[in-house]
Design a protein around this ligand. Structure first.
Ligand code: HEM
Length: 143
C-alpha cells in the first residue's frame, strides 16, 4: 500500500525518480541539458523548495520559475509536446510512489503550472483570461 507525500524527504525522493527519467528522456533531454551538465544535486534543493511551497505552503521558494524557463527556452526551444511529456512523466512518477490528497495536489498543480507556463511562454492568454473573454466559468484564481 502506498502512502501520501508528507514532507520534504518525500518530495526529494519523488524529484529524484522524476528527474532520473526526464534528464534522459528522448524529448526532454535536450531542453534539460543545463540541469544534466550542472548536475541534479545543485538543482534539487531549489526544486524541493518549489514543491514544498506548492504542496505544503512553506514559502521556501522565492524565485520566478517563469523567468527561468523563458531564459532556458531562448537557448533550447521547447513547447507543448515537451510539456505534455513532462506531465506524463510527472503523473506516472507520482502515481508509482504516492497516493493521497498531497499526491493528488502534486498532479493537479503540476498540470496547472505546466499549462499556464506553456501558454505564457508561447504568448497565449491564460486559461482564466480566455474563460473571462468567452464568458464561461474559468479556473479559480491562483495565489
Ligand atoms: C518541458 C518542460 C520543462 C523543461 C524543459 C524545464 C527545464 C528546466 C531547466 C533546464 C531548469 C534549470 C534552469 C536553471 O537552473 O538555470 C528548470 C528549472 C526549474 N523548473 Fe523546469 N522545466 C520544465 C517544466 C517545468 C514545470 C512544469 C515546472 C513546475 C511545475 C518546473 C519547475 C521548475 C523550477 C521551480 C525550476 C527552478 C527555478 C529557479 O531556479 O528558480 N519546470 N526547468
Amino acid at each position: 500500500m502506498t502512502g501520501d507525500l508528507t514532507c520534504r524527504a518525500d518530495v526529494e525522493a519523488l524529484l529524484r525518480r522524476f528527474y532520473g527519467r526526464a534528464l534522459v528522456d528522448e524529448l526532454l533531454a535536450e531542453p534539460f541539458t543545463e540541469v544534466r551538465e550542472q548536475g541534479l544535486e545543485s538543482h534539487l534543493p531549489v526544486m524541493c523548495d518549489f514543491w514544498e511551497t506548492v504542496l505544503f505552503g512553506t514559502g521556501t521558494y522565492r524565485g520566478s520559475a517563469f523567468r527561468v524557463h523563458q531564459r532556458v527556452r531562448s537557448q533550447h526551444p521547447f513547447g507543448a509536446a515537451h510539456f505534455d511529456r513532462w506531465l506524463e512523466l510527472w503523473h506516472r512518477t507520482v502515481d508509482e510512489m504516492y497516493a493521497g490528497p498531497h499526491a493528488d495536489r502534486a498532479k493537479v498543480q503540476g498540470a496547472g503550472i505546466a499549462t499556464s507556463m506553456n501558454r505564457r511562454l508561447s504568448g497565449l492568454p491564460s486559461v482564466a483570461a480566455e474563460a473571462l473573454r468567452l464568458g464561461i466559468p474559468g479556473p479559480a484564481p491562483s495565489a
